[in-house]
Each structure stands twice: as C-alpha cells, then as structure tokens.
Write a protein that binds this ligand. Structure first.
Ligand SMILES: Nc1ncnc2c1ncn2[C@@H]1O[C@H](COP(=O)(O)OP(=O)(O)OP(=O)(O)O)[C@@H](O)[C@H]1O
Ligand SMILES: [Mg+2]
Length: 266
C-alpha cells in the first residue's frame, strides 16, 4: 500500500474496505467471451490499473461496474450493495469522450449534475471549478468540435469529477494527448488520488504509465479474457517520473509485465 493510501487508512479506518468487488463476472457477446469468470477487488483510496491487449475486455468490465451493461453471470458489489444499474456513486470517463456535440464545454461538464437535478447556478459554479482544475479555463463556451482530442478528454474528466462520485472509472483518459500533456495529467491524477479518498479504476495501454501511477495493476489476457496476475508496484510515484526511468526495480517490473503481454500483442 502506498504512503498516501496508508495515511487514508490511518485517518479513516473504513478506508480499508474494498469499495468495489467484482465477483465471478462473465460476459459474452454472441460467440465472443469478453469476460470469463473474472474476480477483482478495488480498494478505496487507491488507484488500480487494468492493463492488457486490445480486446481483452477492459471497457466491458468498466461498463458492467458502471451498471451500463449487464453481466451474464456474477456480481459487482459497490459499498456492500450489488449493482443493478447506473448510480451516482460511480462516474465514467469514456474512451471515446461521449460529449454532447451540440452543447458547450460548460454545459457538457455540468451535464452529470443536470441529470441529478442540481440547480443551474450551483451546477455551473461547480463545473467552472473543475474546468479550471483540468486546465480548460477560457474554453467554457467552446463546443466539442472546436477542441483537440486531449481537450475533449479533459472535458470528460471534469464532468466525472464534478459529480463527486466515489468510484471513478477512467477508460484510457490520456490516450489522445501528447507525451508532455500526459505527464501533466498523470501528476494531476496522482494529486487526486492523494487528496481524495476515492476508488480509481484506470485503463491504460502503457505499461510504464501503469507501473508509475498504480497501487495495484490487474493484468488481463484475452481469448478468453481473464485476470492473469495482480501486481502491486512499490511506490514509484513518490520518486517521480524523472527519477524512476533508470531505477532497476522499476525496469524489472516493466520487463516482467511486457513478458506476460508480448505474445498477445497483435
Ligand atoms: N457491443 C459489442 N458487440 C459485440 N462484441 C463486442 C462489443 N463490445 C465489445 N465486443 C468484443 O468484446 C471483446 C472485448 O471488448 P472491449 O471493448 O471490452 O475490449 P478492450 O479491452 O476495452 O479493448 P481496447 O483496448 O481496444 O479498448 C472484444 O473482442 C470486442 O470485439
Ligand atoms: Mg476499451
């Protein structure tokens, strides 16, 4: 467990609970076994990465946790209750943005609150705060087609943050940004993990990113999709990205994960 998470557990004894439990979940799309008997624990106050080749079921798993898709069998428990549909305790940042094309950045960010019946002035004040937090101040009145892919992802992130859900489901939120912006986003994400006792479930294709940002990494393999291994990297984030690039322990973990995945890369 990282130092920041340990501090949470000391301050909040209940923080050790598993906020999200995936128990024996299977999901087929016709003949495709998208998930096969998958079980995973996502502790509160921690960031868990889902890492695995394209098509191994990462988005499917997030959608089932979000309650947007039904599992064929098994269950998802959030805060001790079985998930039966979408709920305010979970927020999703979609891989493909899922913004309203006809609405401004402000309206898009406030949309999650609008769905919850929050009054206009309150939701716009909150949305403005998170637009600033993700670095989009000045773009409140722009439309999605006027933004770059990375900026659209930030709108999605601001929307997920503004509803203050306890579980954040992040489906490759940094995939559309350049390397420099990605570094900045990683630092922003780690600040959130340190400061908010939420459960972060983070999908990435980057082994290096997963090792750097995660408390635990679930390595998934495809056909049929399953959990291959759970890795708990030691606290590389405390050392900072610039200091770990030549760290032998960091390089060993990256190599070990690559060895698991290399045969599955198409
Ligand atoms: N709506 C759907 N209908 C049919 N098959 C689907 C559907 N959604 C996903 N699949 C299939 O299920 C499997 C898992 O897909 P999923 O999108 O969950 O993978 P992923 O790990 O998120 O991939 P990526 O890294 O490319 O985003 C794939 O074989 C995919 O083709
Ligand atoms: Mg996906």
């Amino acid at each position: 467990m990282s130092q920041t998470s340990q501090a949470f557990v000391d301050a909040h004894p209940s923080a050790q609970d598993n906020a999200v439990t995936v128990r024996g979940v299977s999901k087929n799309y016709g003949a495709v076994e998208a998930l096969k008997n998958m079980s995973l624990e996502f502790p509160r106050g921690q960031l868990t990465s889902l890492l695995g080749p394209s098509g191994c079921g990462k988005t499917t798993l997030l959608k089932i946790i979000a309650g947007l898709l039904k599992a064929d069998s098994g269950e998802i428990i959030v805060n001790g209750k079985a998930v039966t549909g979408p709920g305010p305790n979970r927020a999703f940042v979609f891989q493909d943005f899922a913004l309203l094309p006809w609405a401004s950045v402000l309206r898009n960010v406030a949309f999650g609150l609008e769905l919850r019946g929050v009054a206009k002035s309150e939701r716009e004040a909150k949305a403005e705060k998170y637009i600033k937090d993700v670095g989009l101040a000045g773009f409140e009145h722009s439309f999605p087609h006027e933004l770059s892919g990375g900026m659209r992802q930030r709108v999605g992130l601001a929307r997920a943050l503004s509803v203050d859900a306890q579980v954040l489901l992040l489906d490759e939120p940094f995939s559309a940004v350049d390397e420099q912006t990605r570094r900045k986003f990683q630092e922003d994400l780690l600040a959130l993990v340190a400061n908010e006792n939420k459960t972060f479930i983070f999908v990435t294709h980057s082994i290096e990113e997963a090792v750097y940002v995660s408390d635990q990494i679930a390595i998934l393999l495809p056909r049929p999709s399953r959990v291959h291994e759970i890795i708990r990297p030691s606290n590389f984030r405390a050392k900072g990205i610039d200091n770990i690039r030549r760290d032998p322990e960091y390089l060993d973990i990256v190599d070990e994960i690559w060895a698991s995945l290399r045969n599955y890369v198409e």
